[in-house]
Write a protein that binds this ligand. Structure first.
Ligand SMILES: Cc1cc2nc3c(=O)[nH]c(=O)nc-3n(C[C@H](O)[C@H](O)[C@H](O)COP(=O)(O)OP(=O)(O)OC[C@H]3O[C@@H](n4cnc5c(N)ncnc54)[C@H](O)[C@@H]3O)c2cc1C
Length: 452
């Protein structure tokens, strides 16, 4: 079992906002200490149920709604404490394991996620299986008490700092493609796993290729049963879309990375907290608006337009109002969905609509941001030192965040399912339009035509 806090001390899932905030404030007053190590702080946060409060109480959470969890992250940030160990473990692996795993798997994996001890990556996409994820070709073959895995994954975000991977592999090629897939927790620290970073135009290497050559997974690391991986993967993907559509990322770690590889667990928690400043006296990485913050709200761009005098340009004013309006529509749709769900209903397709809407906001943020930045928007710092010196030279340091956001703007309309795939889902599953003709639900995977 779980947190040090007892059930009776916890707010009920539907508890009032003020009550929740008061409880969290009191807890932060008693527990936050910037001189703790990141690992020590996340241990306290996770075991008290505050890292992933939307998880159920039996799984290291507090059974709160998504909106309440967003509020929790905001209160922690406003308090000036380091947020939860953000990443794909918290966002995707934990809710998936809670939904499909055994109690032993919850106690093995989820506890290490909420305390930041282990970082996860998502080993789904392959060179010829992205939108058509069920066409994946990585194979897992049973060998006694283990599975032996061979294949290649690609676009693996955070693979270079991951301890474990959510692995989809084909365990039966003789049945139709959705029916022969299994879902594993793969130990990334083994000789059969080779991670090769892919550098993007931002200068970072956010994602990787992962080559699996006779990699081993113990039988107990199979999540959700043999050949049942497609249903498990859909839980992961649903959490991904919900998180992306709401602009969320499962917590606000402010730059501290969970897991054993990044080396942040031994560092001072206060150095990653929102109020920390770097020694050079510039804007600390934790204070620079992230690309997600830049695209999630019109506020930073409105500030930048005011600071640079571009707020007087009617075309920019109009674009900023459009950006603000789309943001408000997204927020109101989120509230509408919450209200409908609380009364037992649903709005089919809303996560897909939310993700499409996020893509539109990203593109408009990029366009209006670069318009405001003008020629300075062509400059980019490719590392922390480059960013710091660029910020000193620019009319407003926010300009460098605009460029960073603009360079990353191509990614959100692709990851978590492209815009075209979201439209297909809305068309086929919500509007009832005819599906694309295909025999892939009835033909054994081994007999389907494939890319090389
Ligand atoms: C920044 C980033 C991070 C990522 N992180 C991860 C990760 O951590 N783990 C992971 O597993 N994957 C990750 N991905 C991969 C991502 O999920 C895939 O890129 C995505 O699913 C699209 O697959 P693909 O790149 O193979 O494109 P393809 O599927 O080859 O699509 C190419 C084009 O064809 C269109 N298309 C394809 N099929 C259809 C169709 N049926 N109807 C209409 N149009 C169609 C697509 O919309 C797209 O425009 C990441 C991607 C990005 C960009």
């Amino acid at each position: 079992m779980t947190a040090t806090t007892t059930t009776s001390e916890r707010p009920a899932g539907g508890g009032g906002d003020a009550e929740l905030v008061d409880e969290l404030h009191a807890w932060l007053e008693a527990n936050w200490d910037p001189d703790l190590t990141v690992g020590e702080w996340w241990e306290r946060l996770g075991m008290a149920g505050w890292s992933a409060p939307s998880l159920p109480e039996h799984a290291y959470g507090r059974g709160l709604s998504r909106a309440e969890s967003v509020r929790v992250a905001q209160v922690i940030a406003d308090f000036g404490a380091l947020g939860a160990p953000a990443g794909l473990g918290l966002l995707l692996a934990a809710p998936t394991i809670v939904a499909h795993g055994t109690p032993e798997q919850i106690d093995t994996y989820v506890v290490d996620i909420v305390t930041g001890r282990k970082a996860w990556c998502q080993l789904f996409s392959e060179p010829s299986a992205g939108s058509d994820l069920a066409g994946l070709q990585t194979r897992a073959v049973r060998d006694g008490e283990e599975w032996v895995v061979n294949g290649q994954k690609v676009w693996t975000s955070g693979g270079q700092v991951a301890d474990l991977g959510m692995l989809l592999a084909r365990t039966d090629p003789l049945v139709p493609k959705h029916q022969g897939i299994s879902y594993f927790a793969l130990d990334m620290h083994q000789p059969g796993v080779e991670v090769r970073p892919l550098r993007e135009m931002t200068g970072r290497a956010l994602f990787n290729e992962v080559f699996l050559t006779d990699a081993r997974v113990e039988a107990g690391a199979l999540i959700g049963g043999v050949h049942q991986g497609w249903a498990v993967a859909n839980t992961t993907l649903a959490n991904e879309r919900a998180g992306l559509g709401s602009g969320g990322g499962g917590g606000g770690g402010f730059g501290a990375t969970p897991g054993t590889v990044a080396g942040h667990l031994e560092r001072r928690a206060g150095d990653f907290a929102p109020r920390a400043r770097n020694q050079a006296g510039g804007r600390a990485p934790s204070e620079r608006p992230s690309p997600r913050a830049m695209r999630g709200s019109a506020d930073p761009l409105i500030s930048l337009a005011r600071a640079t005098g571009r707020n007087l340009d009617p075309a920019i004013r109009q674009a900023l109002v459009r950006l603000y309006t789309w943001g408000e529509l997204g927020r109101l749709n989120g509230l509408r969905l919450k209200a409908v769900r609380e009364s037992g209903g649903d709005i089919p397709g809303m996560p897909n609509i939310a993700k499409l809407s996020m893509s539109n906001i990203v593109r408009l943020s990029r366009d209006v941001g670069l318009e405001i930045a003008g020629a300075a928007g062509t400059l980019h710092g490719y590392d922390e030192a480059g960013k710091a010196s660029l910020e000193g030279a620019l009319p407003d340091p926010l300009v460098s965040s605009v460029t960073e956001m603009a360079l990353l703007a191509q990614a959100p309309p692709i990851y978590g399912g492209t815009d075209q795939i979201q439209r297909n889902i809305i068309g086929e599953r919500v509007l009832g339009l005819p599906k694309e003709p295909s025999n892939d639900r009835t033909t054994p995977f081994a007999e389907l035509a494939k890319n090389a």
